[in-house]
Every structure is written in structure tokens, then in C-alpha cells.
Design a protein around this ligand. Structure first.
Ligand code: HEM
Length: 263
């Protein structure tokens, strides 16, 4: 019996990164996590970041690539004591690859829709020995994400004018927190038929602004018959907004929720 509990304890120890004090050489692979690290006062320890981690406090950290197409070499070159990231770190094989090389790497969240974001703040706090500060930040964030009174506004979020955000996406979380209705009921992202765009009658359409070359921008979208015929099209309520704001859950999501309510 004691043998079993001893080996369980040893396994648990091996699974956790171990260092004497808070880590001093951190690489952040995703912007959601980077912003929490900064908010917890650990920006000076960040030696590497992905391209989407644009917080000014991290400007001098080396860029290790883009969070959706990461590779191990630029990370290992920095000899980090700790690598942090969320489910936005892709390809997902980056985690086992880093672990295989003996680099302590911790994925602090599993879900892009942010259902575990508050806990990921707490986990980052634990790893950085800033648990009390993290608890405060997590509670503040949760409060900011409490669902507003239902407005009944019908939202459609499209990443690139084709892929539409359904359930279990960051967009869905933001829409529900704003008291609105995500009219797309499929899981994740998928394209919808022209007939579906019309039938779903969106009142507000949001599109990622960096995809303007594909969408033709607001004017291009409004010119599409399946959009022109919707309430959103008729009232011109089509908005190009940053993907980091509307297609990702992070510390600023409470602000994104308020913005949605004002569109
Ligand atoms: C539905 C799937 C996708 C979602 C939900 C998504 C979401 C996002 C988000 C939230 C950002 C902001 C930065 C970040 O936190 O990552 C972003 C940026 C970006 N994404 Fe995507 N992405 C998707 C697919 C793709 C694909 C397939 C490509 C390329 C083939 C792509 C290319 C980019 C680029 C280049 C940026 C940077 C834009 C900039 O410079 O502002 N994304 N995306």
C-alpha cells in the first residue's frame, strides 16, 4: 500500500516543473497567458514571447514565432526555466515535444471558449508564486464576465467571412456574457450555406479585421446578397474588429463584452 502511494507521489512530483524559487526565465507562447504573467508583475522574467503577445511590457522579449504555428527550436534556444501557454498554442504536439526535451512546459488551459480561464489565472499565479494576486485577478475577471441581462440581440461572428463561430468558441462566450444570442448552433467553426445566413437573421455581424483581404472589408461583406438581406445588412450593423478582442478569451474580455453590448 505504502509502495503505491510513494510511487504515486513520485509520479506527481515528476509531472510538475520543479525549481527552488519563482522561475526567472519564462517563455510565453500565447497572448492570453502573456497578459496574465504581466498583470502578476512577472514581465521582467519573460525572455521569449509569441508574435501575438503584444503587451508593451514584453517588447524586449525575443519572438519565438506565431502561436498557431510554433516550433521547439526558437524556444529551446532561449533555455527557459518555464514555458507557459494556453490551448491557443498550436500545433498541440508542441507540448509533448518540449517535455521530451526536458523543458518544463505547462499548458494552463484546455478550452478556447475560456470556461477554464479563471482557473488558468490561478494556475499561473501558483507557478509564479503569486497566488494571492492571481486569486484577486481571477475573481475580478469572473465578475466582469457575469452574464448581462438578456438583450435578445442576434449575433453572428465570422472569422473570415466564411467560418462562423458556433458553440464552445470564445465568440460564443462573449455573446452570452453580453446577454445576446449566438444564432449559430453548431460546434466550433464551420462555413454556413447562403440560405443559412439569411434564415438565421443576424442583427449584428462581427468579422476579424485582419482578414480584410479575404472578406473585402465591411463594404465587401455588405455587398453579399446573403448578408444584405439580413437585419444586420439592412441596418449596416457589420463590424470589423480585432481577432484578439472578439475571437479570444483573455483578461480584456470583460471590456469586449461591454463593447458588444454597444454595437
Ligand atoms: C477558426 C480558426 C481560427 C481562429 C478562431 C483564429 C483566431 C485568431 C485570433 C484570436 C487571433 C489573434 C491573435 C491570437 O490570439 O492568436 C488570430 C490572429 C491571426 N490568425 Fe487566426 N484563427 C483561426 C485560423 C487561422 C488560420 C487558418 C490562419 C492562417 C492560415 C490564421 C492566421 C492568423 C494570422 C496571420 C493572425 C495575425 C493577425 C494580425 O497580425 O493581427 N488564423 N487568429
Amino acid at each position: 500500500m505504502w509502495r503505491k502511494s510513494l510511487s504515486t507521489a513520485l509520479l506527481a512530483l515528476l509531472a510538475c516543473p520543479v525549481w527552488a524559487a519563482a522561475p526567472e526565465r519564462i517563455v510565453v507562447m500565447t497572448a492570453d497567458v502573456a497578459d496574465v504573467v504581466v498583470a502578476l508583475g512577472a514581465a521582467p522574467t519573460v525572455i521569449g514571447r509569441d508574435r501575438s503577445s503584444q503587451h508593451p511590457a514584453l517588447a524586449s522579449a525575443a519572438v519565438i514565432g506565431f502561436n498557431r504555428s510554433l516550433s521547439v527550436e526558437p524556444i529551446t534556444r532561449l533555455k527557459p526555466q518555464l514555458v507557459l501557454g494556453s490551448s491557443l498554442a498550436q500545433p498541440a504536439t508542441i507540448w509533448p515535444q518540449l517535455q521530451k526535451l526536458g523543458i518544463p512546459a505547462q499548458q494552463v488551459s484546455q478550452h478556447e471558449d475560456g470556461r477554464d480561464f479563471a482557473n488558468s489565472i490561478r494556475e499561473i499565479g501558483r507557478l509564479l508564486e503569486q497566488s494571492a494576486r492571481a486569486e484577486q485577478l481571477a475573481q475580478q475577471w469572473q465578475q466582469g464576465m457575469t452574464a448581462k441581462t438578456a438583450t435578445g440581440v442576434r449575433y453572428l461572428f465570422t472569422y473570415d467571412g466564411s467560418l462562423v463561430a458556433g458553440k464552445n468558441t470564445a465568440a460564443d462566450t462573449l455573446i452570452r456574457a453580453a446577454g445576446g444570442i449566438n444564432i449559430a448552433e453548431h460546434d466550433g467553426f464551420k462555413p454556413l450555406s447562403r440560405e443559412a445566413w439569411r434564415r438565421l437573421k443576424p442583427e449584428v455581424i462581427v468579422v476579424a479585421d485582419h482578414n480584410r483581404a479575404i472578406t473585402g472589408g465591411r463594404a465587401g461583406l455588405l455587398a453579399r446578397p446573403e448578408i444584405a438581406l439580413t437585419p444586420a445588412g439592412q441596418k449596416g450593423r457589420v463590424y470589423e474588429l480585432p481577432a484578439g478582442e472578439m475571437f479570444r478569451i483573455d483578461l480584456d474580455s470583460p471590456k469586449a463584452v461591454s463593447k458588444l453590448g454597444q454595437l
